[in-house]
Design a protein around this ligand. Sequence first.
Ligand SMILES: [Zn+2]
Ligand SMILES: [Zn+2]
Ligand SMILES: [Zn+2]
Length: 144
Amino acid sequence: MPEHKHGLTISPSQKLTKGARKVLEYLERAHDMTSAQDIHGLMRTEDPKAPGLTTVYRSLESLVGQGLVQAVQLGDGERRYELVRPGEHHHHLVCESCRKSLHLDECLIEQFEDSIRSNYGFQVKGHVLEIFGLCNDCSGSQKR
Ligand SMILES: [Zn+2]
Ligand SMILES: [Zn+2]
Ligand SMILES: [Zn+2]
């Protein structure tokens, strides 16, 4: 197994604003990808004085920058966020029919990035990859 060497490892206690901590809490409770709007909506129902949507966005983006959260684009124009192990990320199989997404265990692109570096002298800074199709239920294969 190649060693995982994504980003930098930052301990979650570092440099988090109060807003960012709060957002992390909600992401933990969500157990899946959520949009900034959903988080904000939930915050507002529980606390009418919760920070505004812009603050939630800013907190999310700073958490992404610190490698504690990953942003996911599923092709519907909405940016979703989910908790990840610090410095790691993963990709998804997205069903175009029921919009369910399966979380893949690990990123398999790193070796590919290494070969791009050596073959093209290109400085790779990141990548976006989600795979679209039909899930087992929707494709009607075997089970019904
Ligand atoms: Zn499906
Ligand atoms: Zn995921
Ligand atoms: Zn990846």
